[in-house]
Every structure is written in C-alpha cells, then in structure tokens.
Design a binder for this molecule. Structure first.
Ligand code: C5P
Length: 314
C-alpha cells in the first residue's frame, strides 16, 4: 500500500491567449502549489481486478468514480506504458474543492501516477511521468512538480520559478463547481462581444509579468498582491456574479489581494502572514458569501509518497 500527498494549485497569474485550432488556449500560467491537498492511496489488487476507486471527504459525492476519473485514467495510462496489468485499488482522501479551479482532479491524476509507479516498482523517470501527466490534462504535470512554475503552451510546458519564503493564502469554497471548458468558452464569448476577437490571430500570446516574478523571487507578499491577475476572472464572474461579494468580503477583512482561482469558483486571498490568513478565513466564514474558507500556505512540493513502500524495497 502506497500513500501519496499532492497539493492543490492557485494561479497567481493566468494570462489567456487566443483560442487555438485544437480547442485549447495558449497560456502564461504561473502555478503556485499550496498545502491544501489530497491524499491518494494505491493498494495492490488481485490479477484481473482492474482499477477500482473509492473517495472520502466532505465533497466525496461530487467526485466521479467512473472512467472519467483522472486517478483511474492515470493508473491505466501508466500500466499501458509499461505493459503491466492495471490491477489496483485507489482511495482518494479529498480535501481540494471539486470542480473548484484548484486542479483537484488533476492533482489526483498526478498522485495516482506516483502511487502506482511505487506500488508496481516501475521506477519511471520523472521526464516520462511528466509526459504521461500532460496526456492526462494541462494541469497534471504541475501537480507532479509542485513549488512555483511557469506553464506555457496549454499549461503543460513547465519551467520552475525561483521563490523565497512562504506565502499565506485563504481559499473560499463556493457552493457547487464551475466547468473549466465553460469558463474558457465564456472568456472567448466576452472577447467577441467586446470586439477584440478570441482567436490566436487576434489575441496576443500572453507573457509572464516581470513584477510578479520579482515579487515571488523576493518573497514579498505586498508586491505579489499588486501583480496577481487572472484573465479567466471576468468569465467566472459573468457565469457566477455572486463571487464578487466573496472577493469584496475578503478584501474588506484585510486580504492583500483577492482573485478567482483558475477557472473558479473558488476565490483565493493573499494575506500578509499566517495570523492575517486566519483572520481573513474567519471573516469570510462569518460573511455568508462562501460555503467554507481555509487558511493555508505555500509553496509546497508536488506529489510525493508519504507512507508505504514498494514491494522489494528495503
Ligand atoms: O487539459 P484539460 O483537460 O484540463 O482541459 C480541459 C478543458 O479546458 C479543455 O478541453 C479546454 O476546453 C479548456 N482549456 C483551454 N486551454 C487550456 C487548458 C484548458 O481552453 N490551456
């Protein structure tokens, strides 16, 4: 039995370029891994058992346990790559909001790759795991890597970024999720409505903000707060206008910055320090503008084995 811990992400910058012919958008995506995370446990199963899945946690009923689950797909993809049988039971301990814009499904996919790799004693090189992760989804490679990284292309071409110290965050969980493709479509629709166009021929390829990279490297939360930005925020607010009340409540409670996390609807708040984050979380919980609020910190590493040992290991 192998247990892997995997972080959620917030995008401190999500620059969205034009719609490509393949249906994706080019991104300048600065991923930031936070301590709020899931655990995935892989348990050896009898030959022919296939991949089975269970999930626990407050929102477990919203997690798909069918073929679409990224953890199950990850186990099958890794097994197929090595030509071994995909016989494993995966249990997901879910803390990351479901369909919340924090890459929770992607995190479970990355965790399953690492857990099955250890359980089946495959010693897959990290570069191969990253390629398999990119096949599973745009956000899966970052969940393997963790820390802070710039994602180009559709988000899968990663470059680690230097970061100093720890930053303190609060995440306000909304009632119900938002579909990532629906939010990208709304972003395109708003661009068409504004007359700026939505294709790669009309929208410039986004670049990372120099001020944002300097703030991360310098460990400066005030400078980071001034530089964060999410091009999907207008689209998420258009689909879910009530999120504006949550963002306002966090700012009124003293957050340095408030933004929608990825495609939403989770809202992210940067705080000055750990005590500031606790205060913002308490105020948000009391505000009634979200379902729950959690204080956390980052950056933290990507998917890592925390318990268990591979067969044959010392
Ligand atoms: O890669 P992933 O499966 O997570 O993407 C889900 C959907 O989000 C895509 O099918 C696409 O509609 C949208 N997307 C996008 N541009 C990206 C990443 C995702 O349009 N860079």
């Amino acid at each position: 039995m192998i247990t892997v811990r995997v972080p959620a992400k917030v995008n401190v910058q999500l620059g969205v370029g034009g719609l490509r012919a393949d249906g994706f958008h080019d991104l300048a995506n600065v991923f930031f891994a936070v301590a709020l995370g899931d655990r995935v446990t892989a348990t050896a199963a009898a030959p022919g058992a296939g991949v089975t899945l269970t999930c626990a946690g407050p929102d477990a009923d919203q997690v798909p346990l069918d073929e679409s689950n990224l953890a199950a797909r990850a186990a099958r993809l890794l097994a197929a790559h090595h030509g071994v049988a995909a016989d494993v039971h995966l249990h997901i301990d879910k803390s990351i909001p479901v369909a919340g814009g924090m890459a929770g499904g992607s995190a479970d996919g990355a965790a399953a790759l690492v857990a099955c790799d250890a359980l089946w004693d495959l010693a897959t090189p990290q570069a191969v795991l990253l390629d398999l992760a990119a096949e599973l989804g745009s956000d899966v490679p970052f969940a393997l890597l963790g820390g802070v990284a710039l994602g180009r292309g559709r988000g899968e071409l990663l470059e680690e970024l230097p970061v100093a110290g720890s930053f303190h965050w609060v995440f306000a969980v909304a009632e119900g999720g938002l579909s990532t493709p629906a939010v990208f479509r709304e972003c395109d629709r708003l661009r068409e409505e504004a007359g700026t166009g939505s294709g790669v021929d009309r929208v410039p390829t986004p670049d990372p903000s120099a001020a944002l990279l300097a703030a991360l490297a310098g460990g400066d939360p005030v400078a980071l707060a001034a530089a964060v930005g999410n091009d999907l925020q207008a689209a998420a607010l258009s689909l879910r206008p009530a999120l504006a009340d949550c963002l306002d409540a966090g700012l009124a409670a003293g957050a340095l910055a408030a933004l929608v996390s990825g495609s939403g609807p989770t809202c992210a708040f940067l705080a000055k320090d750990a005590a500031g984050a606790e205060a913002v979380a308490a105020a948000l919980t009391a505000s009634g503008t979200c379902r729950a609020a959690h204080a956390t910190h980052g950056p933290v590493p990507g998917a890592r084995v925390i318990a268990g040992a591979a067969p044959g290991a010392d």
